[in-house]
Design a protein around this ligand. Structure first.
Ligand code: NAD
Length: 492
């Protein structure tokens, strides 16, 4: 019998009320390692009730005391760092190095949250009107819910709950049913750090349980990260139910290569951006646009590097460079796009089907590169979310920017060049919220917002950074007058 994951409610792991489950795989082996319960109304209500009851006490806890618990949490995350990363490898299939990055970027947010006493200080204006003082404080908003994707089992949940908790809110996390185990471990460690019962809860499932959270009168805010179709729906439904919502969606990130780019550094950066995490990243570089006559050389260099990548099971070999897809349907989606690209007339210069490891039954597909991709093709437009790079050609930087700006998404856009003026023009004109200049994956660190634009984000305030703190708090303005006759400087 495989283990059925429990929910984490009111400070302890409890069995779900659900009768159905979905499998959790070790994608390196294709084996089922656990079952995720498909929770609904009853479990969602229990989790929200626990969070609602814990809210007044936690909101009234001084920020310094909240932050001491977060410091202990930070210590526990560090001492369990390798075990957490191994858990990510086991249920997600990314390489150990990628899993370490996943956990590290999450811990970065906890570090930022540890600074909450200074980050939450408000504003004050003495004598805002005659004998009246004005003060603005940031107040917690209540029970916040987070709904997260499979591709960063540690980092994406930690984009949300550490800041939400530091600001005095309580939280219900609904992780991806494909990777429930890391989320439960994060909650257990938070409880071990001394977080009061009910402040942080985890419930499992998919649409059924999300629908309850979106409409629940006791949920004040929804943080969502996932695909664009669901992000838009979450934003609309959450807003229609009176909640504040931040909803990050999918992407199609373009990388422009200028003829003067440092070729070694550029090839290495594109390889990392296109094939890192097996292309299952919202910041994956999935389109390279070669400007001028650099295309043939770029293709030759990328093809050689792709053919040399070591692909294989990640759970027993830390030196593997690229792991499997999350499940068989994700792998089949990639295979479908490989057929589609050929039908559309692109040249499949590197076919990942030939680079699959022979041993094992994991969900593997190797890195693929399409050449001569044209803007109207679906492989140029759709988020494939796998290790597939499309190479396009453009006569000038202007044309390359037009190509990038045709995408409805707006997460990342990158230029490789030695020319500062070209880089500046690109950064000003490209329609993306996160821009890299000679940086393959311009993902912001915890202090900055994860700033997607267009169809890559729905809402006003992004996760992380100061925007995260604003999202998880609301302003209270207090105007004070003591005594009608009070005059400045005369307190007697
Ligand atoms: P997904 O949209 O399928 O699922 C995300 C979450 O939504 C999961 O918790 C899932 O259970 C839930 N969900 C799925 N269908 C739902 C429905 N109909 N109603 C309500 N909830 C539903 O995404 P995924 O496949 O887990 O993750 C990959 C996607 O996430 C990619 O599109 C990727 O670009 C995106 N992503 C975006 C960012 C970002 O910051 N923009 C970061 C990571 C991943």
């Amino acid at each position: 019998m495989t283990e059925i994951c429990g929910n984490f409610i009111d400070g302890k792991t409890v069995p779900a009320h659900a009768s159905e489950t979905t499998p959790v795989f070790n994608p390196s082996r294709g084996e089922v390692i656990a079952e995720t319960p498909v929770c609904g109304d009853e479990d969602a209500h229990c989790a929200v009730l626990a969070a609602r009851e814990a809210f007044p006490g936690w909101a009234a806890t001084p920020p310094n005391d909240r932050c001491r618990i977060l410091f202990r949490y930070h210590q526990l995350l560090e001492s369990n760092f390798e075990a957490l990363a191994r858990q990510v490898v086991r249920e997600h299939g990314k390489t150990f190095e990628e899993a370490c990055g996943d956990v590290r970027r999450g811990i970065d947010v906890v570090e930022m949250a540890c600074g909450i006493p200074s980050l939450l200080t408000g504003q004050h204006l003495d004598n805002v009107a005659r004998a009246v003082d004005g003060t603005v404080t940031r107040q917690p908003i209540g029970v916040c819910a987070g709904i997260t994707p499979f591709n960063f089992p540690a980092m994406v949940p930690m984009w949300m709950f550490p800041l939400a908790l530091a600001c005095g809110n309580t939280f219900v996390l609904k992780p991806s049913p494909k990777v429930p185990l890391t989320a439960i471990r994060l909650a257990e460690l938070a409880a071990a750090a001394g977080l009061p019962h009910g402040v942080f809860n985890v419930i499992h499932g998919g649409k059924e349980v999300v629908d309850v959270l979106l409409r629940h009168p006791d949920v004040a805010a929804i943080s969502f990260v996932g695909s664009t179709r669901i992000a838009k729906c979450i934003y609309e439904t959450g807003a229609a139910n009176g909640k504040r919502v931040q909803a990050a969606g999918g992407a199609k990130n373009h990388m422009i290569v200028m003829p003067d780019a440092d070729m070694d550094a550029t090839v290495s950066a594109i390889m990392g951006a296109a094939f890192g995490c097996t292309g299952q990243r919202c910041m994956a570089g999935s389109v390279a646009v070669a400007v001028g006559d650099i295309g043939d050389l770029l293709l030759e260099r990328l093809s050689a590097s792709a053919a040399a990548l070591r692909i294989g099971p990640t759970d027993q070999d830390d030196s593997v460079a690229m792991g499997p897809m999350i499940d068989s349907s994700a792998r089949d989606r990639v295979l479908h796009y490989l057929d589609l690209g050929v039908e559309e007339g692109a040249v499949l210069a590197v076919d990942g089907r030939n680079l699959v490891p022979r041993s094992g039954c994991g969900f593997f597909v190797g890195p693929s590169i399409f050449d001569h991709v044209k803007p109207g093709m679906r492989i140029a437009r759709d988020e494939i979310f796998g290790p597939v790079l499309s190479l396009m050609r453009a006569p000038s930087l202007d044309d390359a920017i037009i190509t990038a700006n045709r995408s409805p998404y707006g997460n990342g856009a990158v230029i490789f060049t030695g020319d500062g003026a070209m880089a500046g023009k690109f950064a000003r004109e490209v329609q993306s919220g996160m821009v890299g200049i000679n940086v393959g994956v311009p993902a912001p660190m915890a202090l900055f917002p994860f700033s997607g634009w267009n169809q890559s984000f729905f809402g006003d305030l992004h996760v992380q950074g100061q925007e995260g703190i604003q999202f998880f708090t609301r302003a209270r303005v207090v105007l004070t007058r003591w005594g009608a006759g009070r005059k400045r400087g005369t307190w007697s």
